[in-house]
Design a protein around this ligand. Structure first.
Ligand SMILES: Nc1ncnc2c1ncn2[C@@H]1O[C@H](COP(=O)(O)OP(=O)(O)OP(=O)(O)O)[C@@H](O)[C@H]1O
Ligand SMILES: [Mg+2]
Length: 321
């Protein structure tokens, strides 16, 4: 609060933190004084945005109001909000880009099909359209999974989930894929049940996604091991280990981000898909895994070496609030 001649009368503690001692704070304090002066001069409310660079950059909104001959300035720290806004904008841009690639391919292929009389050409083109459509449908169903999982808190009221049972079901879900790829999956679980409060469908989706990757990024003849164990703290650990292509260390931090794929997996998978022109995989699988782990109060980590394989580890607490 400023008086009629621009002296500061009152500062609450939050404003003190934002506009107290410090370089960035000086910037905020300066802008606050300016806004107060503007309000006095104009005799009406004034609002101004302020971006303060630094690490991390912060953004503020300052609102000045006339108040019985004095001036009230409210400083709002909008940093979290604008980060969220950036994430949202990136997400929309990514989705659009990911959709446009197969749509573009389908359109080119359809034109070629329309102008190609030879039957075997037509068949080849139709097959490629099919594979682009499959890719689109993978993308949309992963997006739906992700939004469902992000929107719903896990159902923890139901019966405890038998994790080894879920892991066995996940192995079944990727059976077809692993057979085609000639990658064997071994499941190891302790004799006594590992039961946890949790959402069975979400946990199934998380383990299935890890297995899908382990198989997809392995070479024929290699094997994948899934282990379910109790953790000392009364929770559980699910580990999925492969001997496959591994993840370059520079990508390790980023693989859980939505749409993130390593260069190597792009090249690899596009070469593997029949006549595919676009890189396979949507890059959403691991973000689903991370969201599920977090929904259960747990974490997911990866250890990997290029050419030697990767181990993903989901740790779940025995109870969560
Ligand atoms: N077991 C693994 N071995 C090697 N690389 C992996 C493994 N798991 C994930 N990756 C790398 O991390 C990237 C992100 O994985 P993620 O599961 O999110 O996406 P994706 O498998 O490409 O597509 P999606 O799972 O959505 O079909 C992959 O593209 C791949 O580069
Ligand atoms: Mg995946």
């Amino acid at each position: 609060v400023f008086d009629a001649s621009g002296h500061r009368l009152y500062v609450n503690r939050a404003a003190e933190r934002m506009a107290g001692p410090g370089i960035r704070q000086a910037l905020v304090a300066g802008a606050t004084t300016e806004v107060a002066a503007e309000v006095r001069h104009a005799g009406r409310a004034v609002s101004r945005q302020l971006e303060a660079s630094g690490r991390p950059p912060r953004s503020f909104v300052l609102e000045g109001h006339p108040l019985d001959g004095q001036t009230l300035v409210i400083i709002r720290d909008m940093t979290g909000f604008s980060q969220l806004e950036n994430v949202r904008r990136d997400f929309v841009a990514n989705v659009s880009h990911e959709l446009r690639t197969p749509i573009g391919a389908i359109s080119v292929l359809a034109d070629a099909l329309a102008g190609s009389p030879a039957a075997d050409d037509a068949q080849r083109l139709a097959q490629r359209i099919r594979s682009e459509v499959d890719r689109l449908s993978d993308l949309v169903s992963n997006l739906l999974d992700l939004s469902r999982i992000e929107a719903l808190r896990p159902e923890i009221g139901g019966p405890p989930v038998d994790l080894a049972g879920v892991a066995a079901e996940a192995v079944d879900c990727v059976r077809h894929l692993s057979r085609n790829a000639n990658v064997a999956i071994e499941l190891e679980s302790p004799a006594e049940d590992v039961r946890l409060p949790g959402d069975r469908a979400q946990l199934l989706s998380a383990i299935t996604n890890l297995l899908d990757n382990a198989v997809k990024y392995s070479d024929p003849g290699q094997s994948v091991r899934v282990t379910v164990t109790h953790s000392p703290a009364g929770g559980a650990v699910v580990e999925v280990a492969d001997q496959g292509i591994g993840i370059p260390s520079r990508d390790l931090d980023r693989v859980f981000e939505r749409f993130y794929r390593t260069d190597r997996s792009r090249r690899r998978y596009s070469a593997g898909s029949p006549g595919g022109t676009t890189p396979g995989g949507t890059g959403l699988g691991l973000s689903i895994v991370r969201t599920v782990a977090e929904n259960h109060g747990g974490t997911v980590h990866v250890e990997s070496r290029e050419g030697e394989g990767s181990t993903f580890r989901i740790e779940l607490p025995g109870s969560f609030t």
